[in-house]
Design a binder for this molecule. Structure first.
Ligand SMILES: [Zn+2]
Length: 160
């Protein structure tokens, strides 16, 4: 009797772990251990029949843990893949069009535009900076703290 229970337990554990391994392999972050434990081969067959989670960024809907997703995106990028900038899905290198309909070129163009924008913003900031400084110099000149020569010299510096 005791022997039979132990055999059942061990069998349950094996089915449980096997079913769980299959479900994780397919990209699900669900716990299927107890399904496998109690239903054995039936649970395993159900797990086997489930579609694999497609290789996207699923962290937002909770199918992948955030950590697993990060690792996934990294491995994808390291093997020549790319991450879509419109939906954040990771795509393998052989995929030219993301599931959201944007192409790899869209993402590259988007990135280029973003960098361009950042550069422009930086330029504008430094221009405003120089203007501010020149205004302050002008004030110093007006109150006589700077000579005209000193002012001209400094002004040239900031306009470079
Ligand atoms: Zn996308």
């Amino acid at each position: 009797m005791l022997g039979a229970i132990i055999v059942l337990l061990i069998r349950g554990l094996i089915w449980g772990f096997a079913t769980q391994a299959i479900i994780e392999n397919k990209g699900y972050s669900e716990n299927w251990f107890w399904w496998g434990f109690f239903f054995g081969i039936i649970a395993m067959l159900v797990a086997l029949s489930k579609p694999a989670v497609p290789a996207y960024d699923f962290s937002d809907i909770g199918l992948f843990s955030e950590e697993k997703n990060k690792t996934y995106v990294r491995s994808m990028v390291e093997t020549g893949g790319w991450q879509c900038h419109f939906c954040n899905r990771a795509n393998p290198s052989y995929t030219g069009t993301c599931a959201c309909g944007r192409t790899k070129e869209d993402t590259l163009a988007f990135e280029a535009a973003k960098i361009e924008q950042m550069k422009k913003a930086e330029c504008k900031n430094s221009e405003e900076d120089s203007l501010d400084k020149i205004k302050k110099l002008k004030e110093l000149l007006d109150i006589g703290a700077l000579t005209q020569e000193e002012f001209d010299e400094k002004k040239k510096e900031f306009l470079l």
